[in-house]
Design a protein around this ligand. Structure first.
Ligand code: MLT
Length: 407
């Protein structure tokens, strides 16, 4: 008889955003008259259409696929050079960072990369995660058998080092007491929207180098950074090329959530003994992935053109204006809230000691607004709630007005 990967059985419930979608669907079914009033500020999914420069490049790339001479089959293993060069130039060189194009691996998004990256690490590694954080890091380590067992009472896995990010520490993790082998950091953070200054990030790099740990740095929200003291890439820190892998996405900076494109950077200086992690990831990528589609990589390259940059910056400004509306609206209504300055997420404390899920139900029922329960991102998220600024301006205003009326 075949055997399953029973690590999957250790996962509590279903994936956070699937649970939310099911709950909202059930609510709509039970309350059909409210169906059209529901505003989703839950999952961090964009609502603006792709920028004109991106659309125009998609069209021309589709036309190329219709002609024998310009048709493209399988993409090169690591991605097309035109896209990797644009990334090296715009995302790194302009920040004073040298990343070679064979240190960049194009993928179908940061979610897949953050889940798949574990393939190149032994199951014996101990991971450390911010708590709360994007659930994919822990869930995929559970699947791999690296997380230990789940303790229902503490809501923690036995082999995971949780680094609480709370109001007391400004939602910034502290260096852990126990020594991890793999450290997941996500700045600007999902879900709290918090960031740390570059000087603090440098301390993590120094710590990783001292302990022989690797940092998996999720910079999916980099485009939302508005403060000058925050690093846009971990490679702005000295020595990060010897200890950090960076994950990037086109979803949030250019609205590719439905189009799928991302990349991972693994500098060749990052080694375990004589083995470069770059070579392992190249082997994994070549074996398990057949490349992001040509037309999508062309669309990604269009983001780096002057028009693409101007248009996507405008989209980010639109979402950040929504963030301001939410932040200020919540403050006016007496909520304690943070984030929304360097990130499209606002992190609020639930009122009247409600649990995160109680507040989710309350908000859905009383205001017909969907958000994300903080506890879904980790035990320290209990009593908190996340709203995203990725909705439309009109819906954001309306949602904030409804929330104000609750108070
Ligand atoms: C979120 O809502 O946390 C994000 O949309 C999840 C993701 O980017 O996969």
């Amino acid at each position: 008889m075949f055997k399953i990967n029973d690590n999957y059985l250790k996962l509590p419930g279903s994936y956070l955003f699937s649970t939310i979608a099911k709950k909202v669907a059930a609510y709509k079914e039970a309350n059909p008259e409210k169906k059209d009033q529901i505003i989703s500020l839950g999952i961090g999914d964009v609502t603006l259409p792709l920028a004109p420069a991106v659309i125009s490049r998609l069209h021309s790339a589709v036309d190329e696929m219709a002609v024998k001479e310009t048709f493209k089959g399988y993409a090169p293993d690591l991605g097309y050079e035109f896209l990797r060069s644009a990334i090296a130039q715009h995302d790194y060189k302009t920040r004073g960072v040298d990343i070679a194009i064979d240190e960049i691996f194009i993928s179908d998004g940061a979610k897949s990369d953050s889940g798949n990256i574990g393939d190149i690490f032994s199951v014996d590694n101990r991971i450390a995660v911010c708590d709360p954080v994007y659930p994919v890091y822990v869930d995929t380590n559970v699947m791999a058998g690296r997380a230990g067992d789940y303790n229902q009472a503490t809501e923690r896995f036995s082999n995971v080092i949780y680094m609480p990010c709370t109001e007391e520490n400004g939602f910034a993790p502290e260096l852990p007491e126990e020594t991890p082998d793999i450290i997941y950091l996500c700045f600007p953070n999902n879900p709290t929207g918090a960031t740390i200054p570059k000087t603090e990030l440098q301390k993590w790099v120094d710590y990783a180098l001292e302990k022989g740990a690797v940092i998996i740095y999720d910079a999916a929200y980099e485009a939302y950074i508005s403060e000058d003291n925050v690093a846009h890439t971990i490679y702005e820190c000295d020595g990060a090329d010897r200890c950090a892998i960076e994950l990037r996405s086109f979803s949030k900076n250019a609205g590719f959530t439905g189009t799928r494109l991302g990349f991972t950077v693994i500098p060749k200086a990052l080694k375990c003994g004589d083995v470069t992690l770059n070579s392992l990831w190249a082997r994994r990528h070549g074996t398990k992935f057949n490349g992001a589609p040509y037309i999508i990589q062309q669309a990604g390259a269009a983001v780096y053109t002057p028009e693409g940059q101007a248009q996507t910056q405008e989209q980010i400004a639109y979402y950040m204006n929504n963030a301001k509306i939410i932040r200020e609206g919540l403050a006016a209504a007496g909520f304690s809230a943070s984030g929304g300055v360097n990130a499209p997420y606002i992190w609020l404390k639930t009122p009247d000691k409600m649990t995160s899920w109680e507040f989710f139900d309350y908000l859905l029922d009383k205001a017909n607004v969907v958000g994300t329960p903080g506890s879904g991102f980790g035990p320290s998220g209990e009593g908190y709630f996340r709203l995203t600024s990725f909705g439309s301006y009109e819906n954001t205003l309306e949602a904030v007005e409804r929330i104000k009326k609750l108070k």
